[in-house]
Design a protein around this ligand. Structure first.
Ligand SMILES: [Zn+2]
Length: 140
């Protein structure tokens, strides 16, 4: 069972609990490349760390703490995620900055709960990996 928690929120704002790779790990499905989450696997940020000194050296826990926020690379990631998953990591980061990670998580648990079984929906597919339900449609 997936439990959303602060350590599952990557520095870039991605909620790893929604990611198919993390969900695969929780469900012991070794079909793709399972992942325990960016923070738990100490990736810091799979997308940006390689290019970002701040993330590599652990200067920032979240990208919004950075003086360069939102940098060009994060903006590029944001565009990609909005296009592919209807999800803005920059909006997410601003939300976490404004309300704190715990309140953000409460809202996420509601937003991504499968209406059929109460499981956590997958951001890549928009469906529930527990019951296979269609989940939700439209912007997430
Ligand atoms: Zn479900």
């Amino acid at each position: 069972m997936i439990r959303m928690s602060a350590e599952l929120i990557a520095p870039c704002g991605m909620n790893c609990a929604l990611c198919s790779r993390y969900q695969d790990w929780v469900r012991n499905q070794w079909t793709l490349t399972p992942c325990r989450g960016c923070r738990n696997d100490n990736k810091k940020c799979w997308a940006l760390k390689r290019y970002c000194r701040h993330l590599r050296e652990g200067d920032c826990s979240y990208c919004f703490e950075c003086g360069e926020f939102p940098c060009e690379r994060l903006q590029r990631l944001d565009r990609r995620f909005r296009k592919q998953y209807h999800l803005s990591v920059i909006d997410t980061l601003l939300r976490i900055r404004d309300v704190g990670v715990e309140r953000f998580l409460e809202a996420q648990r509601e937003q991504w709960r499968c209406p059929q079984c109460g499981g956590v929906l997958c951001v890549q597919t928009g469906t529930c990996t527990v019951c296979g339900g269609a989940g939700r449609t439209g912007p997430r």
